[in-house]
Design a protein around this ligand. Structure first.
Ligand SMILES: [Zn+2]
Ligand SMILES: [Zn+2]
Length: 250
């Protein structure tokens, strides 16, 4: 199948995930909130494994020996999301927003949604960089992105509602976030030679989302459960990895 078809399929799936996550909030689906909370650790486990076991080995091969240069791009991707989510926005964290006093300040909710949109843009960059490198890497990185799209949509919608805005404004924010991911995919598809740089950058972005967005949020509930879901996510990665390697004959 043509790579562009995969780009379209995973772009649509990612957008659907974000919209569904937002709908859990705007549609008032309480049970959904709980299951999404549990999924944070699982998504993080899968993402960590995808970065360290799928993306980094591929990046080092791509940069043949220029290890420090390649890893500098990974570090750059990590710092980029730290900046977008915590320098640009004064208050942003994954999961349901409940601090009305923080996001109610003028501009705070808008800055948080913008930070999240920049993050979502780079989710799109991750999907496209993976798929344009090779199908196996692309599918693994796309799955990693998909596993955190529900909490992402939920986060966006709840920020807007906590700031005292309307349901419609909350839905609009999730549409913006979903659109950002699509924009990231389109940009990389149009500038394919940049993949050498965008692939390590996306690995850093994905590492940030797993280790600095999802895990701290999952840990707020605490206990051994978080570690269990983390390991479950890594187990899922191994299963997907084995199946894909068997299917692609590598
Ligand atoms: Zn908050
Ligand atoms: Zn994301």
């Amino acid at each position: 199948m043509n790579t562009y078809i995969y780009l379209l399929i995973f772009g649509l799936l990612a957008a659907t995930g974000t919209l569904l996550g937002g709908w859990v909030i705007t549609g008032g689906w309480a049970a959904g909130r709980k299951s999404i909370g549990r999924m944070l650790g699982l998504g993080a486990g899968f993402m960590l494994a995808a970065v360290f076991l799928e993306a980094v080995p591929e990046i080092l091969e791509l940069w043949s020996g220029r290890v420090v240069e390649a890893m500098s791009w990974v570090l750059g991707g990590y710092l980029l999301i730290q900046f977008a989510e915590h320098a640009l926005a004064s208050h942003l964290h994954f999961g349901e927003e409940v601090h009305a006093e923080e996001v109610g300040r003028p501009g705070a909710a808008a800055a948080a949604v913008l930070g999240l949109a920049i993050h979502a843009f780079f989710d799109g960059v991750t999907i496209a960089s993976g798929l344009l490198t090779n199908l196996r890497l692309g599918i693994m990185l796309s799955l990693a992105v998909l596993l955190h799209k529900l909490p992402e949509g939920l986060t966006a919608a709840s920020i807007v509602l906590s700031a005292g805005r309307s349901m419609q404004a909350a839905r609009r924010a999730t549409v913006w976030i979903a659109g950002s991911t699509f924009a990231g995919i389109v940009l990389v598809a149009l500038a394919e030679p940049l993949v050498t740089y965008t692939l390590p950058l996306s690995a850093g972005v994905t590492l940030y989302i797993a280790a600095s967005d999802l895990i701290p949020e999952a840990n707020r509930e605490g206990g051994a459960r978080v570690s269990f879901y983390l390991l479950l996510g890594i187990g899922l990665f191994y299963i997907a990895h084995l199946l894909l390697h068997a299917a692609t004959g590598e």
